[in-house]
Design a protein around this ligand. Structure first.
Ligand SMILES: *[C@@H]1O[C@H](CO)[C@@H](O)[C@H](O)[C@H]1NC(C)=O
Length: 333
């Protein structure tokens, strides 16, 4: 009898708990500006590309040219009245060399027709290039936390973005992409790329096996991935998702850096990023068409290059540690 009463009581408690949890979740979604992703079957046709991996083991779509119906998605997101953020960091020589072509091409090809806010993180407000933006596009210039050029590292860029995310970026956009500045948009980069957690497949490594991937191999590093493990090699050039998810990537990167610094280790941003996606599987992957390196002979699988990697400054092999020394969103100082 007592057990019956007790279990009745605990069921009531549980129901109460779930209704509160439900309510809190709803409020949370509202606070975080999150929107529901559309049904995959409504817009994704992986069977159109039998030549490539279009679905991961954990059932996330890999977006290749020909697999998506952008019109349906455009209508869907238009109704939801979304705003998409694009964050880029330009300081010192990088700002002078790469920022203008990046911004000009982003204006032409990034999320055409939708409301876009471009966040430019920079060390010097006076040295920004003149760029004329199309309709429904605005930009915001955000200061780097440590603007001295010698401190302008990916860690500084991402930490600065993290701080601004907590302040206002979070409330201003539904989706956000953090991109490296040395890329040029070549073709439309549209709403088919939106998702809760979006990772970019690395052009150099797509056609290789996991045991070849340049993951962090020192077991004491926070970025360590055991030999033979791992799904794909992701590129640091493009990281996307909800502001909450992008914050979470940066948070883990900073914690990993701090952990490793305490152990006198250092690893590149891309290693921490790969570790992050190893544990937190992305909900959407972008094919190497979204970030193709024109220095590689283009295989037939690459049908349409949306973004071309533009590392002019001695970094044509961007995965090698030292050579990304001065790249934004990528390595350390
Ligand atoms: C769409 O969003 C913008 C900015 O968030 C807002 O100013 C505008 O009123 C919204 N329009 C509609 C129809 O909800």
């Amino acid at each position: 009898m007592l057990i019956l009463i007790l279990s009745g009581f605990s069921i009531t408690l549980m129901e109460y708990h779930f209704s509160i949890k439900n309510h809190l979740q709803k409020m949370y979604i509202c606070w975080n500006n999150q929107v529901e992703e559309p049904q995959l079957s409504a817009w994704f046709t992986p069977e159109k590309r039998p030549d490539v991996i279009t679905t991961t083991d954990w059932l996330a779509p890999v977006i290749w040219d020909g697999t998506y119906n952008r019109r349906i998605l455009d209508e869907y997101y238009e109704k939801l009245n979304i705003t998409i953020g694009l964050a880029v960091c330009g300081y010192g020589k990088l700002r002078d060399l790469y920022l203008k072509p990046f911004l000009d091409s982003a204006d032409k090809h990034f999320m055409v027709g939708h409301r876009v806010i471009i966040y430019i993180l920079t060390d010097d407000f006076n040295k920004l290039p003149y760029v004329e933006l199309g309709p429904r596009r605005t930009f915001k210039v955000l200061p780097l936390l440590q603007p001295e050029v010698w401190q302008a590292s990916p860690l500084n860029c991402l930490s600065s973005l993290y701080a601004h995310l907590q302040d206002d970026v979070h409330h201003e956009v539904n989706f956000l992409f953090a991109m490296a500045v040395y890329q040029i948009f070549k073709y439309d980069f549209g709403v088919e790329t939106l998702g809760r957690s979006v990772a970019q497949l690395h052009a150099w490594w797509y056609f290789k096996k996991p045991h070849d991937f340049p993951y962090e191999k020192r077991a004491t590093s926070a970025a360590f991935i055991p030999f033979g493990k791992g799904d794909f090699y992701y590129h640091h050039a493009i990281v996307g998702g909800t502001p909450l998810e992008v914050s979470s990537v940066i948070k883990q990167y900073r914690e990993g850096k701090a952990h490793d610094a305490a152990n006198k280790l250092t690893s590149i941003y891309e290693s921490y990023l790969n570790k992050y996606f190893f544990f937190n599987k992305p909900t959407k992957l972008l094919s190497p068409e979204y970030n193709w390196d024109p220095n590689i002979k283009t295989p037939p699988q690459i049908k349409c290059v949306k973004i071309a990697w533009q590392c002019l400054d001695g970094c044509t092999t961007p995965f090698i540690g030292e050579q990304v020394e001065h790249s934004n969103f990528s390595s350390e100082n």
